[in-house]
Design a protein around this ligand. Sequence first.
Ligand code: ZN
Length: 78
Amino acid sequence: MSGRVVDLEMDRSRCVLCGGPNACVMERRARGETVDGPCWCVRRIFPEELKARASERDGGASCICQACLDSAGEARGR
Ligand SMILES: [Zn+2]
């Protein structure tokens, strides 16, 4: 193991917007982890502008993290 560079564009375990861990269950399963239940994201609603920003960055390949979703929800008010 020597100097493996983490490429944000290829690392789907990281948030497309902030680079933090997105805790995506689908992605964790893909890496061989056993995870019960659906991803946290199925219980949340993603604002259209947030999805637009994500797909601008990488075509929506990586998931958005909970922190970005939370701050986007606050920005909208309710
Ligand atoms: Zn994020």
